[in-house]
Ligand binder design. Sequence first.
Ligand code: HEM
Length: 617
Amino acid sequence: MVPAMIASVETMLERWRQHEEKQIEVYKESKLLTAEVIFQTAFGSSYLEGEKIFDMLMKMGMIMARNRFKIRLPGIGKFLKSRDDNESDKLEQAIRESIIGVIDKREEKVMRGEENNYGSDFLGSLIKTNHDIDEKNRISVDNMVDECKTFYLAGQETTNGLLAWRLLLLAVHTDWQEKARMEVFELFGQQKPNAEGRNYLSWYGPQAQLVVTDPELIKEIMNNKDGVYLKGRLDQFAKKLLGDGIVLAEGEKWSKLRKIANHAFYAESLKGMVPAMIASVETMLERWTQHEEKEIEVNKESKLLTAEVISRTAFGSSYLEGEKIFDMLMKMGLITARNRFKIRLPGSGMFWKSCDVLESDKIEQAIRESILGMINKREEKMVTGEENNYGSDFLGSLIKANHDIDEKNRISVDEMVDECKTFYFAGQETTNGLLAWSLFLLAIHTDWQEKARKEVFELFGQQNPNAEGIARLKIMSMILNETLRLYPPVINLLRRVEREVRLGKLIVPANTHVMLSILALHHDPELWGKDVDLFKPERFADGVAKATNNNIAGFIPFGFGPRICVGLNFAANEAKIALSMILQRYRFTLSPDYVHSPIQIVTIRPKNGIPIVFNKL
Ligand code: HEM
């Protein structure tokens, strides 16, 4: 749509040339421009063609406004119609006829063979849906007319206000006018703007968001040397999911929590977790023996496995014990995902709570109670003398820190609960994605499956994997990296700019949100080459630096800099152990029933699951 928008602005600026050095009434101009833009982009027509519809909609808007505060007796409309009622009936009919005229014109072009489809704009999509053979998707002519009316009006009236008031404010605040001009010249020079650059401004509801996909800038943001880039604020649902723990914390609180997490997941601790990981994979493979030569839905299996592994290794319990917490966290994840793009009026939560808000409040409370129950159980074992310490796993470290005599290191009960939530969720959801997508890719690319199997047999034979061998799985590492490149479980990272900062050529104002798009970065042909969308683990044969042409921030599935993922090696070990043990037993291919549809519900998941057929070696 950018070229059509530019062309409309050019028409307006052409008009302005005759009024240079004189006054221009910008509200009127902005009205014309926004009308032209919506006509061109959504309806493939010009303002002049749509002018009649637009004028009638304006008149209807005026009638609506002047009748807003008039109270009518219920039912009176049946006996008495005001002048405005009569006029609006007539207008409604005339608008309907005009819109149907626009639709007919488009349809006729296809009937006469002038065009071979209804067009890819909004009007074209409506007509296509009106002709849909599936009744469930089809919309009626009335629906089409209503949608056209809505988009004619909503697409113009609102943007008109935004543009006109912005011009007013910039005309008053000439210092900001200068800053904005500087930015525009830096980005585009005398060229026209484009929305396809590596870094661009977008809107997340009313919040300005700078999207960054340039690896150099990403490095600068993630290294955060001046402490300007803080973690983005989560919405109320995501906050209930992850709490106010390590993922969001800053400063001393973050250092304290990070130290505990680092200690629980550092290399030596990970070695000690290998037997628990193997035992969990064995439980899964035992289940699979009843489905050999048949399909297995590996995303579901991977979910169970990763839940079992994090329960055993970090919380010293089994999946069944933690199942309730997982289920509740999953529900909260779903609520978070479906509310992501809902905009709320500030303060409205004080007067009215949606069903999702009420449900998430209840879930949050129930998760808290379950986690406290688990903590109490561990503490009781110490009190009754059954154990002589709180344990060396993550939960044990948290309880120890809660009892620390040094106030600086001590964490509160709320902090313990938030950390448990975070690690239950982050430790499972993400690794689930990595394992499921890597099985999917190996089921398609059986040549790489064979290479990986050969490596596994060379290192472990028929034995279970061991820590030394896991570190030497080179082919497997290449495959996992390529999986994380194509299907990064976390697709973007958010930061908030605390104070005005220069980022490359840009001056970013305070409070701007910055979104680092991992997905865009990992699919950038300039970084990865023309074959960017192909599964080619050989890219990583000589390490990440070589694969990214020395743009090390070009591959960041686990983040970058001081806030890099704590569970990086844990996740890699778990995936390597699971894949090795599967490869030792089965050859596998993708089921013909598989339907490709990755969706984002917090992480990237296969909407329809991943059915794979496993044949015993
Ligand atoms: C394939 C698996 C995983 C992926 C792709 C992944 C991805 C990420 C990413 C991209 C970040 C950076 C977030 C940011 O900078 O805003 C992150 C941070 C984090 N991850 Fe992971 N993660 C994975 C597994 C895990 C596991 C297994 C755990 C826990 C055992 C974990 C715990 C965390 C924590 C606590 C943070 C926050 C670190 C901090 O802010 O200091 N992750 N992860």
